[in-house]
Design a binder for this molecule. Structure first.
Ligand code: SF4
Length: 378
């Protein structure tokens, strides 16, 4: 398949791994920010191709994982109301809140619908003027423009029975929180290519300078990731700390300017709580005052609720690169994708779920080839 097969070529992957080994003279620890990258690394066994001096840590870039429990509880509370049609992407429906998930609300008679775009939810609002239609707007900078567009259109067209429950998070403040921690182990980052497609990468330049870490904007296919690691290791070996763009087929330095302008119009930057990590200053989007009427948390007065996490779960440490999934005593036993106890098991993009799916819990730890290593890189 065009734009897929050529980025999964096994022989080229091996050559990249050899090239990385050739330039590596000492141990380096690199974090891939995005859950999609984590999934590809574990699925294709890319970490097992690397020289033993390279450690990959899995970052906080899984949007489902970092959506706080209280937002899920708010979603369940709103979706349970008889006047509400609650719309969401499918992957949020099975994420458990404190007591129930949205699938349970649906099976109990709630009108919960899977949509493929927030614009679809807006259409449902127009078709059902006597109902309140709410869209669950979660995720990183990548999904924010479509949500901003839906709210902007609702305002323009005077649609007052549409609102969004917003829990958008931003990548650069999370990277700074990780780098500023006294437990930090990260020496270089693979930044998330799709986020930078929207936002560009100028925001990362002061971070690279201040913390003296190379940041390589990287794609999601196996060869993208191996090339990103090569570029990052090369910078580390040469003592450079710059922002470089591996994902040039999609990312421009300035990003998508119309999308960024729309984000600035509809949203304002606020502190956000990240599931498993806690509150990070200026790390999220909330609706700007001019769009407050479209804020579902305000409309249905569900803000302010808090929910405790399972005390056994160490997903916060995993999301910050301090621990790996196998170091959790519940991993693969009390916590599985069918019965997730914490943030990084609730989504296929979470590090715990990826390790579970690709059988790292059965002994195929990094450094040993898991069953699929190399095979899927066709
Ligand atoms: S295995 Fe489950 S309980 Fe353990 S850190 Fe991962 S999500 Fe949390």
């Amino acid at each position: 398949m065009k734009y897929l097969d050529e980025y999964r070529d096994a022989a080229t992957a091996r050559r990249y791994a050899e090239a990385i080994a050739k330039i590596t003279t000492r141990p380096w620890t690199i974090m891939e920010v995005c859950g999609g990258q984590t999934h590809a690394i574990v699925r294709f066994g890319l970490d097992t191709l690397l020289p033993p001096q390279i450690t990959l840590l899995h970052g906080p870039g899984c949007p489902v994982c970092v959506t706080p429990l209280e937002v899920l509880d708010q979603a369940v509370a709103i979706a349970s109301r008889p006047e509400v049609i609650f719309c969401s992407f499918g992957d949020m429906l099975r994420v458990p809140g404190s007591e129930r998930d949205l699938f349970r609300v649906k099976s109990d008679g709630g009108d919960v619908r899977i949509v493929y775009s927030p614009i679809d939810a807006l259409k449902i609002a127009k078709e059902n003027p006597k109902k309140e239609v709410v869209f669950l707007a979660v995720g990183f900078e990548t999904t924010a423009p479509a949500n901003a567009m839906a709210v902007h259109r609702a305002k323009e067209e005077g649609i007052t029975n549409f609102s969004v429950l917003v829990s958008h998070v931003l990548v650069p403040p999370a990277m700074e929180a990780i780098l500023g921690s006294r437990h930090n182990r990260v020496q270089g980052f693979l930044a998330a290519g799709h986020v930078c497609t929207i936002m560009g990468y100028t925001e990362y330049e002061p971070i690279a300078r201040h913390y003296k870490v190379p940041i390589v904007v990287t794609g999601f296919e196996p060869l993208d990731i191996l090339q990103g690691i090569y570029m990052c290791v090369l910078q580390l070996e040469e003592g450079r700390a710059e922002v470089e763009n591996q994902y040039a087929r999609s990312v421009r330095r300035e990003g998508n300017v119309p999308a960024r302008n729309l984000l600035t119009e509809v949203f304002t930057v606020i502190p956000r709580k990240w599931r498993g990590i806690g509150e990070i200053p200026a790390s999220g989007f909330g609706l700007a005052p001019a769009y407050a009427a479209f804020d579902a948390a305000r409309k249905f007065q569900v803000a302010g609720h808090t929910a405790p996490e399972n005390p056994e779960c160490i997903s916060g440490l995993i999301l910050q690169g301090i621990k790996k999934p196998q170091e959790c005593s519940a991993f693969g036993t009390r916590c599985t994708p069918m019965n997730p106890l914490g943030a990084t098991m609730v989504s296929a993009e979470g590090a715990c779920a990826a390790y579970y799916k690709y059988r790292r819990h059965e002994g195929a730890v990094p450094g040993e080839a898991p069953p699929e290593a190399g095979r899927a890189v066709s």
